[in-house]
Design a protein around this ligand. Structure first.
Ligand code: NAP
Length: 224
């Protein structure tokens, strides 16, 4: 396919990673249009941007929304913010899976998702287990290309206070240089670096299932 004519869809485009990703995709010459599914309209205009305000509990199977090449999923919440495990599951499992299925039916060939370091469907930790379960469910959708991103703690400016991220921001300059070799996957990472890796990897357009930890996200393109 002509790389100059790719169409992207983003879910979670208002979040810490998603917002950076949206800006990068709009700037990228590889994409002719960027559809963003959102709950409330964004205060930005761009000739390539198509905003679709949707109810994630009632998504239409429309080519207008899902007729794209690449889907970028940065959806996520916390149990505290969602209010219950059930509500968390909706955002971190049900919505990503439904978006994936609708996009696949409409011809999408690449799915890129941010889950988390430690994602494991056998984990005793609910958060890590859900992240692992969505990864397994997405593998069953069988996209030609499935790219899974495993950040440790995210760094970047957000409007709400999150204790873990604040601590990471403070200790990161001391801790990060000590986390070498196999421990590098624990390094906190800037949301912008995750977003940049997603765009770089999407435009590489390689086939298969891939998982990216800190080292691969921060590499200059030689993805293993
Ligand atoms: N925070 C960390 O340190 C960390 C570490 C590792 C992995 N992760 C994972 O990385 C991913 C991205 O994280 P992030 O910090 O960039 O996310 P974020 O800033 O919390 O943004 C979450 C996105 O999900 C959307 N969303 C949340 N609840 C929703 C709902 N009920 N219905 C529809 N959309 C909803 C938000 O939309 P609205 O603007 O409409 O709310 C927003 O676009 C998440 O899956 C997260 O679990 C995070």
């Amino acid at each position: 396919m002509d790389v100059a004519k790719r169409k992207a869809l983003i879910v979670g485009g208002t979040g810490l990673i998603g917002n950076q990703l949206l800006q990068l995709l709009l700037q990228s010459e590889a994409y002719e249009s960027v559809i963003v599914l959102i709950r409330k309209p964004l205060a930005i205009n761009h000739p390539k941007l198509i905003q679709k305000v949707v109810d994630f509990d009632d998504l239409d199977n429309g080519e207008q929304m899902f007729g794209v090449d690449d889907v970028f999923c940065c959806l996520g919440t916390t149990i505290k913010k969602a209010g219950s495990k059930e509500a968390f599951l909706k955002v971190d499992f049900d919505y990503p899976l439904q978006v994936a299925q609708l996009a696949k039916e409409n011809g999408a060939t690449q799915f890129l998702i941010v889950t988390a370091m430690g994602a494991d469907r056998h984990s005793r930790v609910f958060y890590s287990r859900v992240k692992g379960e969505i990864e397994e469910a997405l593998k069953r959708v069988k996209f030609p290309s499935l790219h899974i991103f495993h950040p440790s703690l995210l760094l970047g400016k957000r409007n709400e206070f999150r204790f873990g991220e604040k601590v990471a921001e403070i200790i990161s300059p001391i801790l990060s240089p000590l986390l070498r070799g196999k421990l590098s996957k624990y390094k906190p990472i800037q949301a912008k670096d995750v977003a940049q890796a997603m765009v770089r990897i999407a435009t590489d357009n390689r086939k298969g299932e891939f998982v990216y930890e800190w080292k691969q996200m921060m590499s200059d393109g030689s993805v293993k």
